[in-house]
Design a protein around this ligand. Structure first.
Ligand code: WTA
Length: 658
């Protein structure tokens, strides 16, 4: 506590004790921030050289700027050459060969595996050799569709070893969503597994892959890791190979392919406000510098830390903060296959105790789920190993923050609420564990080199305390460089809304201390339990079924998931009146188009959507109704038929009055 400022929680002195981080105090933070602002090239070149192993060291920093990004993409460290796996693996063999690199905890408690840096290096080399044997070449794309097994990380690194570009698709996605991604990136190879394991359930990854590949001819080979020999899966002769047959017999040494700093490292698909998901492209040198820097600085990483990020490698958090950042830093990185409530709601705390986890990183939605079960399950365990607690993915409400800090962290750990995006590659606004005084609910201050700007709807900069749209005005090494195959869409999405600025899509408030409070998306992107989904994806799934003519989907505040999905659907004239059956059909259509993690919470049939005379759907009105505030609809005079609103408000009551 801070006596003069009860709204501020100071860093506990012991959190700083023993730190060797360059940023341990606010004075050091300010000094770094000022240096990165005054001389970004110098600052980031030094970080790149210090934290990354290069074949050829870069001699300059940034090329390009946000005004000319349409014609020339942003580039960092343009003349550098490297292979990221040499930073993540080879160089550790000298000093950390026997240190645990990946500590895996399987679905069943205590089912663990541990791979030392030497073993991980060998495994990656074997896998890379097998992939090369299967014809995977530099620059080619491979899709990784797996659960949380060490082989997922091994597959990512094996692609990187060959200079091939991986695109990990979250294991919850449907066959249709997987097929879209395979096609969009033109993948020639898929790496998957028989089944994934989550909370004692089997996720049929191979079966879904088979369905996705029906009629697809671009994918030449499918490499299949066997997670459960008791499960039989269909293997297609000539196309499908078992991991244990192809990889285990391959040679354990493999020369890394030399890449340019700006060669693509991976593509990761993410949802936007319109159209299909975009394949954001991250490149080797800048991304690795950014993830290594932020992972070390934000969490104040120590050599003997047991670091656990319980995200999934299918999302950016898994890429940056389970695989690339931690391994580049030589950390022990835990990989967790299961869910926080299996077999009991104390699973995380049981793991913290058994593995002596010191840095723990999760999402607000998990914290809210667990907080609902009270202190009992936490108090059962010895959590004295914890030093830093992180959150990511959505705004964390002050109550959940305090529960995390007081109950899990026993009031002595640093809580870092890290704000960032798939597009930013790594943390952008976040406390630095040993330095930054916290305010529950605030992501606090920008990482050195990040220059946020708040603007109003017209793009006018807001100075001092303000509320507005969050932009970033200067490039940083970790940012995505383009959208795969569609640079125009990248420019249109991020740089056309406000001139010469990167627009995040988020709204935020900045207080009189300069602290940022992220309020959530201001566009049509939903954030459901930290999973990012576009309203357009739900809508196109709904209108694809015969019974539905039109649909509009909006988010509303949900106590556990952060946001819930409210769908308004207009039936076709000949749809019939069996609404239950139509509802089931609609839910199934969404599951098929997106995946099991996408669910409509409220489906409301309406006679029509509120449209302007020019035919534009006024989503603002639908949002207010879903939020249970029909008295605050604002101006509805431009509607073609205002009477439809009353019917919708009436129809929403069973949902919103709960
Ligand atoms: C939201 C996840 C508030 C935000 C790393 C952003 C957050 C979107 C926070 C990106 C946070 C992420 N506080 N909101 N600490 N972290 N968000 O691409 O709306 O899956 O734009 O990346 O999540 O989601 P994405």
């Amino acid at each position: 506590m801070n006596e003069e400022r009860p709204d501020i929680i100071d860093v506990d002195e012991w959190v700083r004790e023993g730190s060797r981080s360059p940023i341990q105090t606010m004075a050091a933070y300010r000094e770094h921030w000022a240096r990165a602002e005054a001389d970004p090239d110098g600052y980031w070149l030094a970080q790149a050289k210090q934290r990354v192993q290069w074949r050829k060291q870069p001699s300059y920093g940034l090329e390009g700027n946000f005004s000319s990004v349409r014609d020339s993409p942003i580039a960092w460290f343009g003349d550098g050459e490297l292979n990221v796996t040499e930073s993540c693996l080879d160089r550790h063999l000298e000093t950390r060969a026997d240190k645990t690199a990946i500590l895996w905890e399987g679905d069943e408690p205590g089912d663990t595996r541990s791979l030392s840096y030497r073993e991980l290096h060998e495994a990656v080399c074997r896998c890379a050799n097998a992939l090369r044997e299967l014809g995977l070449e530099k620059g080619e794309r491979a899709i990784i569709y797996m659960g949380m097994v060490p082989e997922a990380a091994i597959a990512m690194l094996a692609c990187a070893r060959l200079g091939a570009v991986h695109s990990v698709v979250f294991g919850g996605f449907s066959a249709e969503a997987l097929r879209d991604r395979v096609r969009d990136c033109g993948a020639s190879l898929i790496i998957t597994q028989d089944v994934g394991k989550r909370g004692s359930k089997n996720i049929p990854l191979k079966q879904t892959t088979n369905a996705a590949l029906e009629g697809e001819h671009g994918v030449r080979k499918v490499l299949v890791f066997q997670r459960d020999p008791s499960v039989e899966v269909e293997m297609k002769a000539g196309r499908d190979l078992w991991w244990h047959e192809a990889v285990d017999k391959a040679s354990p040494s493999c020369e890394a392919v030399c890449c340019a700093a700006e060669d693509p490292l991976f593509i990761l698909y993410t949802s936007g406000s319109t159209g299909r998901p975009k394949g954001l492209v991250h490149t080797c040198g800048g991304y690795l510098t950014w993830t290594a820097y932020t992972h070390a600085v934000t969490f104040d990483l120590r050599e003997d830390d047991v670091y656990a990020c319980v995200a999934d490698v299918g999302w950016i958090t898994g890429h940056s903060y389970i695989v690339y950042g931690p391994l580049c830093n030589g950390a022990t990185s835990l990989m967790f296959e299961s869910i926080p409530t299996y077999p009991e709601v104390d699973r995380y705390w049981d793991m913290v105790e058994r593995h002596k986890i010191s840095v723990f990183y999760t999402a607000p939605t998990a914290i809210r789920v667990l907080a609902a079960h009270g202190e009992g399950p936490v108090r059962k365990h010895d959590l004295s190993s914890l030093r830093v607690l992180g959150t990511v993915g959505e705004p964390i409400d002050p109550a959940a923050w305090r529960w995390y800090h007081e109950v899990v962290g026993q009031g002595r750990c640093a809580v870092v609420d890290t704000w960032w995006q798939t597009e930013t590659g790594g943390h952008c606004i976040t406390p630095i564990a040993p330095a930054t005084p916290a305010k529950p609910g605030s992501a606090t201050l920008p990482v050195p080199g990040i220059m946020p700007m708040m603007v109003d709807a017209e793009g006018a900069p807001q100075i001092g305390p303000a509320e507005g749209r969050l932009c970033i005005v200067y490039p940083w090494p970790g940012m995505a460089r383009t959208v795969w195959g569609d640079h125009g869409r990248y420019v249109a999405t991020y740089f056309d809304t406000f001139k010469s600025m990167y627009f995040t899509g988020d709204g935020a408030r900045r207080d009189s201390d300069g602290y940022y409070w992220i309020t959530g998306r201001v566009d049509d992107v939903l954030n459901i339990s930290g999973h990012r989904m576009g309203t357009a994806e739900f809508e196109s799934a709904l209108i694809a079924i015969d019974e539905i003519a039109e649909a509009a989907v909006v988010g509303y505040p949900h106590p556990v998931k952060g946001q819930g999905v409210h769908a308004y659907a207009v039936l076709q004239p000949d749809a019939g009146d069996d609404l239950d059956a139509i509802g089931k059909h609609a839910h199934a259509a969404v599951r098929e188009a997106i995946g099991a993690h996408a669910r409509i919470d409220r489906l409301q049939f309406v006679p029509g959507l509120p449209k302007t005379r020019s035919g534009k759907c006024m989503r603002r009105i639908l949002r207010k109704i879903a939020e249970g505030e029909p008295e605050r609809l604002g101006d509805v005079s431009t509607l073609a038929d205002p009477s439809v609103v009353e019917v919708i408000v009436e129809g929403a009551k069973p949902f919103t009055s709960r």
